[in-house]
Write a protein that binds this ligand. Structure first.
Ligand SMILES: Cc1cn([C@H]2C[C@H](O)[C@@H](COP(=O)(O)OP(=O)(O)O[C@H]3O[C@H](C)C(=O)[C@H](O)[C@H]3O)O2)c(=O)[nH]c1=O
Length: 187
């Protein structure tokens, strides 16, 4: 399992060790000790799984307010996504910066997203399944979002007309959003 830093310090891209043979493959999709060797000591407590039936389904950009902010470990088990993380930690040197990654069932790459980041993805093929671990429980009272098409972010989504939930049609921009997570919180 390889973990590498990305352009946003703290956000890690993980490449699992895949054992292929004539039957198919085996891999450890998560290993606490190997993450801890790379300084990621997160204890996850919930697994999430979503299916997006169509191409260009866009879910996000979502986050939970402190004290229910979540670290996430995201992977794709069917299909392919453009995954986006946005640093919303007040006082962060990379505040307001985003990064995007293509995660797919084929490349088996995973993304570790620290608390204080908003997260979202857009599917690149139909019938895409995303599975992700979180280290804090779902809390509807703390659930918030940022507009996927915030002009100040100019995220180059693969479509200008994604399939959205009603909720995702009405988020504020980053500048308007309710933020309460400070850089260095909980480290
Ligand atoms: C996130 C979540 C949702 N739900 C319920 C609430 C709704 O009745 C239903 C669908 O929720 P939502 O439309 O928020 O699902 P997504 O749009 O896929 O949201 C997720 O997508 C982006 C990419 C994320 O990173 C977040 O983890 C998460 O917000 O599942 C739960 O019961 N538990 C949960 O942890």
């Amino acid at each position: 399992m390889k973990l590498q830093e990305t352009s946003l310090p703290g956000v890690m891209l993980i490449e699992p060790k895949v054992y292929s043979d004539h039957r198919g493959f085996f891999m450890e999709s998560y290993n606490f000790e190997q993450f801890a060797e790379h300084g990621v000591n997160t204890s996850f407590m919930q697994d999430n799984h979503s299916l997006s039936k169509d191409v260009h389904v866009l879910r996000g950009l979502h986050y939970q307010l402190h004290p229910k902010a979540q670290c996430k470990l995201v992977r794709v088990t069917a299909g392919e996504i453009m995954d986006v993380v946005l640093d919303m930690r007040r006082g962060s040197p990379t505040y307001g910066q985003w990064a995007s990654f293509v995660l797919s069932a084929d490349n088996k790459l995973q993304l570790y997203v620290p608390a204080g980041f908003a997260h979202g993805f857009c599917t690149l093929v139909p019938n895409t399944q995303v599975q992700y671990k979180v280290d804090a429980p779902y809390s509807p009272q703390h659930d918030r979002g940022i507009r996927w098409d915030d002009p100040a972010l100019s995220i180059p989504w693969p479509t200008s007309s994604p399939i959205l939930s009603e909720k995702d049609k009405h988020h504020p921009t980053l500048a308007e959003a309710e933020l309460n997570f400070d850089y260095g919180e909980g480290e």
